[in-house]
Design a protein around this ligand. Structure first.
Ligand code: CTP
Length: 411
């Protein structure tokens, strides 16, 4: 992800049972090509030894306030100067109380007092402790003071009880960390993204659909939320976790998706339609399962409404973005759609075969198949400009697209 790459991240670990999850968090952050250092409280060392984090981060782990850093500098000052963001996970009631009240009496609390970069706090403790008025008051103070908080999850806790207090999964913490690091250039913008396939039922157990995974649309929704947008995601049926802090609207058929979009379109400044909408639906879906009988049966299909075309007819000042997945003549087809649907940008890609089936001489230009984590796209703009992007992670494609949308929106 663009906004965490090459950044210096410090993980602060306090003495909670969830300290073991911080090792996984560290690995996830490293996978984003960021540098990680660890500061631990003395008590955190009872749960996971500093050596574990030293081996993973390949850096000394800071546990002692009076330890010197490089060049005889005081380590908590040196590391605080270098940090681009800090994540405290798990954050116990004790460390939360110290940060909220400006107390610095050990390595982690002293370090936290010295940092000036964004700090993400991930409270994790027994439910009764979490719900204690003093703890909730301290968390409110942290929010007012500009700290970012990840609400603890609910579920079974290590102490045998069940309730709110679990450290969220490392993937969610990483997502919020990226949020802290991202510029907020879409703040105040209402953004609608559609994603995934639609299902057009033939009978209650069969449907016409396509292999769209929804990954591109979900990546755009996440990136737009990271950049401060107020995002609604209208999704067809996919196997993806709903992104954090986004309004989800789940739909099945093209008609459902059309209704969800038309009901709310007036609210949005930017609409990005990545969904692979079925162009046709069975004219009549059978009420009961169709039984095997004749050797041949016919299915009469009826055209679905073109959602994007309708949006284009009523575009106003909205920025409108479409997608065109084509198997041939990308430029011509995409440009035709851009004009016909009255769009600002159309994102085109040539859909290729599975890698083991490739034999076309134009394969270099094709994205391998639906469902991948990468995509090779071309942006076609309303003014006739064209921009070819290399094969990229879908998250990176999402940011590149948002950059272009931000340029259009400024004009
Ligand atoms: N789209 C839509 N509603 C439909 C069909 C498509 O909103 N009923 C949107 C898609 O979300 C996408 C864009 O239109 O952003 C292009 O989809 P595509 O299926 O390629 O376009 P069609 O106009 O259906 O073109 P064709 O079938 O001729 O390839």
């Amino acid at each position: 992800m663009r906004h965490i790459k090459d950044k210096n991240i410090v993980i602060g670990i306090s003495g909670g049972i969830a300290a073991y999850k911080s090792a996984e968090l560290l690995r996830l952050i490293q996978k984003q090509d960021a540098n990680v250092r660890v500061v631990m409280t003395h008590n955190a060392g009872y749960f996971v030894g500093p050596l574990t984090f030293e081996a993973l981060s390949k850096e000394p782990v800071y546990t002692d306030t009076f330890e010197k850093g490089g060049n005889s500098e005081i380590r908590h000052i040196e590391w605080a100067k270098d940090a681009d963001a800090v994540v405290v996970a798990p954050a116990t009631a004790n460390i939360i109380g110290k940060i909220a009240n400006g107390i610095a009496d050990d390595a982690l609390s002293t370090f936290l007092l010295a940092v000036t970069c964004p700090v993400l706090i991930c409270p994790s403790m027994n439910t009764n402790m979490y719900e204690k008025i003093s703890v909730l008051r301290n968390i409110e103070t942290l929010k007012k003071d500009g700290y970012y908080i990840v609400e603890p999850a609910s579920g079974e806790l290590a102490c045998g009880t069940s309730g709110q207090g679990r450290l969220p999964e490392p993937e969610e913490i990483l997502d919020r960390l990226i949020y802290c690091l991202s510029p907020k250039d879409f703040k105040g913008k209402k953004i609608l993204v559609t994603a995934g396939p639609t299902r057009e039922h033939i009978d209650p157990v069969r449907f016409i659909s396509n292999p769209s995974s929804g990954k591109m649309g979900y990546a755009i929704a996440r990136a737009a939320e990271h950049r401060g947008g107020d995002v609604t995601l209208v999704s067809g049926p996919v196997n993806l976790e709903p992104p954090v802090n986004i309004t989800m609207v789940n739909t099945v058929s093209a008609a459902d998706m059309a209704k969800a979009v038309f009901d709310s379109m007036e609210n949005f400044d930017i609409i990005i339609k990545t969904a692979a909408v079925s162009d046709y639906r069975p004219k009549e879906a059978a009420k009961q399962k169709i039984k095997k009988g004749m050797d041949e049966i016919s299915l009469v299909l009826q055209k679905n409404e073109d959602i994007l075309f309708e949006l284009g007819k009523n575009k106003k000042n909205r920025v409108l973005v479409g997608f065109a997945a084509e198997t041939e003549n990308l430029e011509k087809n995409a440009k035709d759609k851009l004009a016909r649907k009255n769009l600002d940008i159309i994102v085109g890609n040539l859909v290729g075969e599975r890698p083991d089936e490739q034999n076309d001489e134009n394969d270099d230009e094709k994205s391998p198949v639906f469902g991948m984590d990468t995509n090779k796209v071309v942006f076609f703009f309303r003014n006739g400009d064209t921009e070819h992007l290399p094969l990229m992670e879908k998250g990176m494609v999402a940011h590149a697209l948002l950059d272009r949308i931000a340029d259009i929106d400024k004009r």
